[in-house]
Design a binder for this molecule. Structure first.
Ligand code: AKG
Length: 421
């Protein structure tokens, strides 16, 4: 197994699921990186490929000059692993400390590899925060029609670990200084990775802890095939949305990452469908457009039809169920039928589920829908409740798949004009 780690870092490789080295592009990519990148496959792009915009790489000295003694908030870990803590921002641990950047840089350069560790993680860069200057190497060009959502700095000592998690954005992780060991797991194996509860703050975080004392990344704890790479200075990792990753700094390291919204076609994974069946989507199906780019479609029954035709029955059913529930809830409100439910258990129920069911006879009585349309909406509300209750996306039997496809088609034909987020 590839292991470019310094003597104090180690990686244990499992006998059953050996790590595969990540593909690497080193030959010049004259026609741009998107001729060699597939939006669903991770790849490392070497500096010789010439994919980055030209410019200098960041060094600890550059950062000292840029930040000076400005106060920064760094996160603190007792064993080097910066585990997600509910209530804190993504990727951080509960413990945080404010200190002058210059003190932090001195700490990074002198830190040992065990005991307490500090990390300046996911520090947003840009004109409204700290701008490092236009002569710093920028990201490779994004695909046409895509725009950067955020740019972040990661600076910490050797032995720092960002434990196994996924993000819902596409990512270029550019290594400026030092090396990082990356483990990646295909989202197809999500059910083996012990993801956080889907309605929690951390559905994107695995409770499988790969960090062993040493510091060591212990891949024998992983019951899924994985890819690995050591990012050297100048390397750029294309990390597709929804891929699981564990990142360990082998040296004092500086990286900058660039996140952008992925097209929905790159996101057809169980961990995305699981999010589609979460309460956030039932509350407001249009939230999906904050996560992924659904263009040229909208969040409507046409998108559900597309999903089911692509073979993603669970995702199609989850989204269609959310659209029907949201539609019925809107009607309840506009007809002034809503009484605000309170009491034990209400917060756990799907938003407006019982009210949504109650509105259907009213619509029928007013002649807005006929009997078979009323049955269809009721069937959808039941399916919505069932899908939302599933902790994991289920694969459906062929009969069930056919039945759901027919239900989606009927929904699209009968209610397509009404049901959009
Ligand atoms: O470099 C790190 O520590 C983590 C980076 C990461 O998780 C990301 O870019 O998504």
């Amino acid at each position: 197994m590839a292991n470019g780690s310094s003597s104090t870092m180690s990686v244990l490789s499992p006998p059953d699921f050996p790590c595969t080295p990540l593909p690497r592009v080193s030959a010049p990519v004259l026609e741009g990186p998107w001729n060699v990148i597939d939006g669903t496959c991770p790849v490392v792009i070497s500096p010789e490929a010439g994919a980055m915009s030209s410019g200098r790489r960041l060094t600890p000295e550059n950062l000292r000059l840029a930040f000076g003694s400005a106060s920064v908030t760094v996160t603190v870990s007792q064993d080097g692993a910066f585990r997600y803590q509910p209530g804190s921002r993504a990727g951080s641990s509960a413990a945080a400390r404010r200190m002058p950047f210059s003190d932090f840089a001195t700490y990074v350069e002198n830190a040992g590899t065990d005991g307490e560790r500090l990390y300046l993680s996911q520090f947003p860069l840009g004109p409204t925060s700290l701008d490092l200057g236009s002569d710093v190497a920028g990201p490779p060009p994004l695909p046409d029609g895509s725009f950067l959502e955020s740019t972040n700095l990661w600076f910490g000592p050797a032995g720092t670990v960002s434990p196994l998690h996924f993000d819902r954005s596409h990512n270029f992780l550019h290594q400026h200084w030092g090396r990082k060991h990356i483990v990646l797991v295909d989202p197809a194996y999500s059910s083996l990775l012990m993801a956080g509860e889907k309605n929690s703050e951390s559905p994107h975080v695995s409770s499988l802890d790969l960090v062993a004392p040493g510091p060591t990344v212990d891949l024998t704890r992983l019951s899924a095939p994985s890819f690995e790479a050591v990012l050297e200075p100048g390397d750029v990792l294309f990390l597709p949305a929804f891929w699981w990753h564990n990142v360990m700094s082998l040296d004092a390291a500086i990286s900058v990452n660039y996140w952008w919204k992925p097209p929905i076609a790159d996101c057809l994974h169980p961990n995305f469908f699981r999010m589609l069946s979460s309460r956030a989507v039932y509350d407001n199906p249009s939230v999906v457009t904050r996560w992924v780019d659904v263009a040229p479609r909208a969040v409507d029954t046409g998108l559900c039809l597309w999903l089911v035709n692509e073979g993603h029955t669970f995702g199609a059913a989850a989204l269609a169920g959310a659209l029907v529930t949201a539609f019925c809830t809107r009607v309840v409100r506009s007809l002034g039928l809503a009484d605000s439910p309170t009491g034990p258990g209400v917060a756990d129920a799907l938003p407006g589920f019982s009210q949504a069911v109650a509105v259907i006879p009213a619509l029928r009585a007013q002649g807005v829908i006929d009997g078979s349309q009323s049955d269809l909406l009721l069937e959808w509300l039941e399916l919505a409740e069932e899908t939302a209750a599933d902790p994991e996306p289920r694969s459906c039997s062929p009969e069930r798949t056919t039945a759901i496809r027919e239900m989606v088609q009927r929904l699209h034909v009968d209610f397509g004009g009404w049901l959009s987020a």
